[in-house]
Every structure is written in structure tokens, then in C-alpha cells.
Design a binder for this molecule. Structure first.
Ligand SMILES: C[S@@+](CC[C@H](N)C(=O)[O-])C[C@H]1O[C@@H](n2cnc3c(N)ncnc32)[C@H](O)[C@@H]1O
Length: 524
């Protein structure tokens, strides 16, 4: 992620940094439209037909990514390509990033506003014009772009990508949208309905996600009946704030000190993981340690899970420990596990079902694989169905990580379009897969060994219910105290992960992704 990405700001007008571009300016930071305070809103006096014929490259890049995302692409893969293709750098790249991600996050709320301003449902708008209007809405309500610039540029972009008719419509809708502040629009479009529907619109989430997160907060012990509305609002708001860029200094290959002293970066030590360094400014890709795979971008919550798995004592080991990462791609946690395994002289198998993702694991583990070869230690990346490993290698491993495929509802800060792409139907296919993988992982675990079941989702159907279901059917495994173990590996106090034995991290409480962790001991 580029440094400019972190210039992104809460789209409800929260505290933002200095404007990254002189296209912005004059925006107060309390969420009001700039022109509303000192007189009438600024408006362009130029007729659409007389304005510049080409949209600017940053906006065109953001627009192109939005169209690709509508066709199924991932913004985090598409945007860097688009930035390279259009040779954007520095502030322009930052502007395109903020515009793309912010627009995708807030699309639900913006669509409600656009529908009122255009006086028709958004499904009746030309999809290209709609995307231009979504980008225009984010420039008005989420960035410091003056109204006239947002309108002029949106009109130019509409003319370029959708023709003169669309440009006229965009001009009219942009004018109408700029007549109110975001808060005034919220009052207008948030429905007079039950709380979930209201929160869904006002925080730009699908309603089913709001309901699922409500249940998850209560189910994981992070809210009570009295506090749930407040906690839920905090969580949903946190999803609209970009995640910090955090690095892991892989033990034995790099150190936090090496990263903290890096020239050209603004850094600070992580709050939770002893190997974390937070980057507040600069490009982490400029670091030799990152380029060489000795350090990597990794959320602090993701760092804590392998540390917790490695922390629990295992029983009945004769010789070197054998570790297994059952669902390893693309390899973030395998990277840290490989370092920890190397320190202990343990063998590690990183398994992944997809060949392409297994290749990503190989790339992630490149320095660790070289070090293991030299030391004659076993470190293997395998392609295989994790559901079969338990039957093929029963009771072989002493530590197993099952980082199961999931809806990713805990990582919505990082995946701006994910909330619109996921559906409750996903749970129908993921549920059996998660249960099968956990069962296979437990079968592959030796008596006395320990397994970590993890998801980057707090959804109860992917977390507690999976673990409880699987353990209920077998008499050879017991839950360990995950909150206590997490606290042991954490550098600071880690409150609010639940009453145990399972643990849940939260973006609004811990500043991490919403990672779930159950630690399970095989008893016989
Ligand atoms: C949540 S991701 C794992 C993330 C990884 N631990 C990391 O930190 O980078 C889940 C992975 O499970 C893989 N997967 C899905 N079905 C699988 C199966 N049957 N066996 C093994 N891996 C599977 C997916 O391809 C995906 O790479």
C-alpha cells in the first residue's frame, strides 16, 4: 500500500491530514460542505459543453478501477496496475487511491444520495455515469475537493467515458448533491426503520452484515444489551477508516529496530506484536528488508495468531517438533511461523489447495526456504486439499494452524469492495469447508499437540459455531484459554478479546483486523 493511501480519511469528515493535492482545500474538517459556511455553495459557472474534454488521469484511474471492480476485479490488485499504466506518482497516486477506496467503501450511502439527487433509483442510471457520480460524491463528501473542481472534473470525466448526455446529467446531480452537507444528506436518506436498516445506510454496509456483526459483538462478549448500539456504531465506523500500514520484522531475518530506523519512513513500534512496526509515512516498498522478504506488510492481529500458536507448550514430543499450516496461501502467517519454527529447530509444512496461491507462499518464504536448506531443516510448501491431510498423515504434527477461508468480514477496512460482494449464501459453502478443515487439522494433530483455528471474520457461523460443532462430535480435544495466550505474546495490555476460551480481536477496540482465534489441545 502506498504511503499516500494513508492520507485517506474517514469519509464522514473526520480528522484528516494536510491536503495531499491542491485540487483539495477549503474543506472544514467537521464534515460540512466547504461552501456552506461563508455563503452560498461554490458552483461552476462554466457550462458542461465548454469545460475541459478530458478527465484528469487520477480520476480516470479511479473510474477504471471502479468499472473493473463491477466486473469482478479486486481493487487492491487493479489499482496498482492502473497507477503504473497511467504513470501516476506521489500526490496523484495518493489522490487516485483515496478516491477509489473511499468511493468503494461509501458506495451504499452515496447511492442513496445520488438516487434522491437524480430523482430516480440508481439502477436506472447508466452504470458509467453512476460510477462517475459515486466518485463525485466522494470528492464532495469524503475529500477536500472544492465543489467547483469536483463538479467540473466529474462532468469532464462523464463526457470522456459516457458521452455528452451523461455529462449533462452528472452536472445536474453534482449541483444538487453539493447543496447539502453529508450530515444533512444522512438525515434525508437514512430510513425511518429499525436500527439495523438505519445503520446500514448511514455507515454504508449491507444490512445483513450489520445484523451479523451485531450478533457477533454480543456472542463474543464485546457488547451487552445496554452497550450494543454504541459498540456496533464504533465497529461499523472503524470499517470506513483505512487500516494502518504495519510491517512484521520476521524473527531471525530482520528486527523491529532495523525497520524503526529506516531512512525516509515515519515509523513507530507496534502496539501489540513485538515484531510489528507501524509506518505513518513513506513507502514500505523502499525498504531492503521488505524487498528481500525479511519483513512484510502484515496486520498486527495476523501477527499475534502464529505467536499464540507457538506460545502454548506441547506435550509428548520426541525430537524436533513438526508444524503444519493447513491453508497457507498467500503465506503471511506461514512467513512468521517459518521464522518461529527456525528458532526452535522445528519442521514446517505449508499446505495450500491452489497452485497459484502456493506459488505466492513460496515467494513469501523465499529467504526462509534458503535458510532452511542451508541448515538442513525441513520447510516445505505443498499443494493439496487440506481436508485430506488428516487422513493421509494422522497424528503427525505437534502444532497446526487452520486459518480457514472465510467471508473476511473482519477485514473490511482493507478490502473496500468486499462488503458489497459477499452474501449470506457464502456461509452455506464456507461452513462445511471450515468444519472439514478443522476436523482434518485435528486428525493431523498428535496427542498433546495444539491447533489454532483462525478466521479474519467475527461471524458466529464461521467462528464459535464451527469450533463448538466440531468439538462436540469428538472426545479427543479441548479448548485452551486463547485470550490469556494472546495476552502472553502481546507487548501491551490486550483487553476486550472476550471471556474465553475463544478470542476475538476487533478493529474498533484493538486497531487490528477482526481476527478470531480458538486454541485447541488434542488430548489423546
Ligand atoms: C484465509 S486464507 C489463509 C491466509 C494465510 N494463512 C495467510 O496468512 O496469508 C485461506 C486459504 O485457504 C485456502 N483453501 C481453501 N480451501 C482449501 C482447502 N480445501 N485446502 C487447503 N487450503 C484451502 C485458500 O485458497 C486460501 O489461500
Amino acid at each position: 500500500m502506498s504511503a499516500d493511501r494513508r492520507g485517506d480519511r474517514p469519509t464522514d469528515g473526520g480528522r484528516g491530514g494536510r491536503p495531499a493535492d491542491d485540487r483539495r482545500g477549503g474543506r472544514p474538517t467537521d464534515g460540512r460542505r466547504g461552501g456552506r459556511r461563508g455563503g452560498p455553495p461554490q458552483r461552476s459557472r462554466t457550462a458542461p459543453a465548454q469545460r475541459g474534454r478530458q478527465g484528469d488521469p487520477s480520476r480516470l484511474a479511479a473510474y477504471t478501477v471502479l468499472r473493473a471492480v463491477a466486473d469482478g476485479a479486486y481493487a487492491n490488485l487493479e489499482l496498482p496496475q492502473e497507477i503504473r499504466r497511467r504513470r501516476l506518482s506521489g500526490r496523484d497516486a495518493g489522490f487516485a487511491t483515496e478516491l477509489t477506496y473511499g468511493t468503494l467503501r461509501m458506495q451504499g450511502l452515496y447511492d442513496e444520495i445520488i438516487a434522491v439527487a437524480a430523482d430516480r433509483p440508481v439502477r436506472r442510471l447508466d452504470p458509467s455515469a453512476l460510477d462517475v457520480l459515486r466518485l463525485g460524491a466522494h470528492q464532495l463528501f469524503g475529500m477536500r475537493v472544492p465543489e467547483h473542481a469536483a463538479a467540473d472534473q466529474s462532468v469532464a470525466l462523464a463526457r470522456q467515458v459516457a458521452g455528452a448526455g451523461a455529462a449533462g446529467l452528472v452536472n445536474a446531480v453534482m449541483r444538487r448533491m453539493s447543496e447539502r452537507t453529508l450530515e444533512q444528506w444522512r438525515e434525508e436518506v437514512v430510513p425511518d426503520q429499525p436500527a439495523a436498516a438505519r445503520l446500514a445506510v448511514s455507515t454504508s454496509h449491507p444490512e445483513w452484515v450489520v445484523k451479523a456483526l451485531r450478533q457477533a459483538l454480543v456472542g463474543h462478549g464485546a457488547a451487552t444489551k445496554e452497550t450494543i448500539d454504541e459498540r456496533l456504531g464504533e465497529l461499523l465506523t472503524a470499517h470506513n477508516v483505512p487500516a494502518p500500514v504495519t510491517l512484521v520484522a520476521r524473527p531471525g531475518l530482520s528486527t523491529a529496530e532495523e525497520l524503526l530506523g529506516a531512512v525516509g519512513l515515519t515509523t513507530s513500534a507496534g502496539e501489540h506484536s513485538p515484531f510489528a512496526v507501524v509506518i505513518a509515512g513513506g513507502d514500505p516498498g523502499s525498504l531492503a528488508a521488505v524487498r528481500e522478504g525479511r519483513a512484510a506488510v502484515q496486520d498486527e492481529g495476523s501477527q499475534l495468531l502464529p505467536l499464540a500458536l507457538a506460545q502454548v507448550p506441547v506435550e509428548g514430543v520426541d525430537g524436533a517438533e513438526r508444524w503444519l499450516d493447513l491453508c497457507a496461501g498467500p503465506g503471511g502467517k506461514a512467513g512468521l511461523l517459518a521464522s518461529l519454527a527456525a528458532e526452535r529447530g522445528a519442521a514446517l509444512v505449508a499446505n495450500e489447495v491452489s497452485e497459484h496461491r502456493a506459488e505466492l507462499v513460496r515467494q513469501t518464504l523465499r529467504p526462509a526456504l534458503a535458510a532452511a536448506r542451508e541448515a538442513g531443516r525441513e520447510l516445505e510448501v505443498r499443494v493439496g486439499d487440506g481436508r485430506e491431510v488428516g487422513a493421509e498423515e494422522p497424528a503427525r504434527y505437534h502444532r497446526v494452524l487452520v486459518d480457514a477461508p472465510c467471508t473476511g468480514l473482519g477485514a473490511l477496512r482493507r478490502r473496500p469492495e468486499a462488503r458489497w460482494r459477499r452474501s449470506p449464501d457464502d456461509l452455506t459453502t464456507l461452513g462445511p469447508l471450515q468444519r472439514d478443515l478443522l476436523t482434518s487439522g485435528l486428525d493431523a494433530l498428535a496427542p498433546g499437540g495444539v491447533l489454532a483455528y483462525a478466521t479474519c471474520s467475527p461471524h458466529l457461523s464461521e467462528t464459535r459455531f464451527v469450533v463448538e460443532d466440531v468439538l462436540r462430535r469428538r472426545g479427543d480435544a479441548e479448548l485452551l484459554d486463547a485470550p490469556e495466550t494472546l495476552q502472553q505474546v502481546c507487548v501491551g495490555d490486550l483487553e476486550g478479546t472476550g471471556d474465553g476460551p475463544m478470542a476475538q480481536l476487533w478493529p474498533h477496540l484493538h486497531g487490528t483486523d477482526g481476527m478470531f482465534l480458538a486454541l485447541i489441545r488434542k488430548t489423546r
